[in-house]
Design a protein around this ligand. Structure first.
Ligand SMILES: Cc1cc2nc3c(=O)[nH]c(=O)nc-3n(C[C@H](O)[C@H](O)[C@H](O)COP(=O)(O)OP(=O)(O)OC[C@H]3O[C@@H](n4cnc5c(N)ncnc54)[C@H](O)[C@@H]3O)c2cc1C
Length: 399
């Protein structure tokens, strides 16, 4: 169910293993996706898919001011290439792997599990039977059960692809996070922090996006637009022409799904967004093959397994105990960061990017095995200024 990146990734892997798939989604799978997806180039290189990038930047930087005082303007150079997917190429490459599969344009309304089979009942009145259903309908799936841990923090962003009165970032530059606070009033500094994510597309076109990492309640698009314009105008930059607007809102610390349910999920519906960064596409590409292998085995098992048993075999691989432990650490870290004010957060990130590149990039991609992740988190703690250490250990309630 679904035709976003998660659905296409898992369907491609299943079809390649000769598994009979019935795909259904609210729109045709070739309809352009509404979001632009970014990724560190190395993540794609390791999958042999770097040719799917439409843009690639070598000049990648962040600005965090100078630790706990606001004056520094120095760029931290990441020395690590970042890219934006060519959406069309990614979509087409995944669809080409789905071979002749025809998609049913249907919206699922209800799912009923009847032992050996599961029935998906659609708004049209049509229903479909499957041995197991994979819900890839996104972060707001109604079908996947998960515990209620209270309010869910969301990443929110307002962005503009456009032309500007003067360049908002340097020529050929990609800015992962510009947290410089010099344009903020004292009152604004007490509000949840937001940062600029920006890049040069060439030929006078730039993308600038004001982003709040994770916040409950989330910032509204209007508020982020106001913050973006104020940030730009402080640097003497104004928007001349809007070519495209991006409104972004998705959950960052959605609890993990119950792993004993009879429906499987993949992507946003399976809480696969990285709780520390909001990225997911690399994880989809990396984790789909193992899930498809496990499903191929479960579907071929004798005596045959029922829907619940197949789904559970899938959950065990998708959220192995190692991945669950790592996810818990990331969620713990995010909770701490959400308590930091802008000054502490700048200090935290300035320290984070002093870690060796292999460590911070592995942390952000979620590719570090659990013991290494623990060591990196411990190292980060050790090299942090004492105020950040205290915040990491105890939280830092905002005044
Ligand atoms: C604006 C934005 C920018 C992002 N940028 C990045 C980024 O740069 N890098 C990154 O890695 N991640 C990014 N993310 C996070 C994440 O990768 C995306 O949210 C991603 O689109 C989630 O993929 P998905 O396939 O799980 O869900 P979606 O992309 O939301 O797709 C869900 C699919 O399910 C279908 N559907 C929904 N309900 C039903 C139903 N009842 N029946 C049938 N079909 C249904 C929809 O039509 C759609 O096809 C971003 C998210 C947003 C919102």
């Amino acid at each position: 169910m679904g035709a976003g990146p998660a659905a296409l990734c898992i369907v491609a892997e299943l079809v390649e293993r000769g598994i009979a798939v019935t795909a259904l989604a609210s729109h045709t799978p070739d309809q352009p996706w509404p979001n632009t997806y970014g990724i560190w180039a190395e993540e794609l290189e390791s999958l042999g898919m770097a040719s799917l990038l439409a843009h690639r930047w070598t000049n990648t930087v962040s600005y965090f001011g100078d630790g706990l005082n606001n004056e520094g303007q120095r760029a931290i150079k990441h020395n690590f290439d970042y890219g934006l997917f060519d959406q069309d190429a990614l979509q087409k490459s995944l669809l080409s792997r789905c071979k002749e599969l025809s998609w049913n344009v249907e919206t699922a309304q209800k799912i009923e599990v009847h032992g050996a089979e599961t029935e998906v009942i659609c708004c049209s009145g049509n229903s479909y039977l499957a041995r197991v259903v994979i819900d890839a309908s996104g972060h707001r799936s109604r079908f996947i059960k998960r515990p209620n841990h209270g309010p869910v923090a969301e990443q929110a962003a307002y962005g503009v692809v456009g032309r500007f009165t003067s360049p908002p970032v340097e020529d050929g530059q990609f800015v992962l996070m510009d947290f410089r606070p010099d344009h903020l009033s004292d009152h604004e500094k007490k509000q949840p922090p937001s940062f600029l994510y920006a890049m040069d597309f060439g030929e006078g076109v730039f993308f600038v996006e004001e982003t709040s990492l994770a916040c409950y309640p989330p910032y509204s698009s209007e508020k982020l637009k106001e913050r973006l314009i104020s940030r730009l105008s402080h640097r003497g930059v104004a928007i001349k022409e809007v070519l495209h607007e991006e409104h972004c809102l998705f959950p960052m610390n959605l609890p993990l799904p119950d792993r004993d349910q009879s429906i499987l999920a993949f992507g946003g519906a399976a809480s696969m967004v990285h709780p520390a960064s909001g990225y997911m596409v690399g994880a989809l590409l990396r984790r789909a093959p193992a899930l498809a292998n496990q499903l191929a085995l479960a579907l071929a098992a004798e005596p045959s397994l029922d829907s619940k048993e197949i789904a559970q075999a899938g959950w065990k691989v998708l959220w192995s105990s190692e991945l669950v432990q790592r996810h818990r650490l990331y969620q713990f870290g995010l909770k701490r960061l959400m308590s930091f004010d802008e000054s502490l957060l700048r200090s935290f990130f300035a320290t984070f990017f002093r870690l060796p590149k292999k460590e911070w990039s592995g942390f952000l991609a979620n590719t570090l095995p659990l013991p290494n992740l623990l060591i990196v988190m411990l190292r980060l703690f050790m090299i942090s200024p004492w105020k950040v250490r205290r915040g990491m250990a105890l939280g830092a309630p905002r005044s």
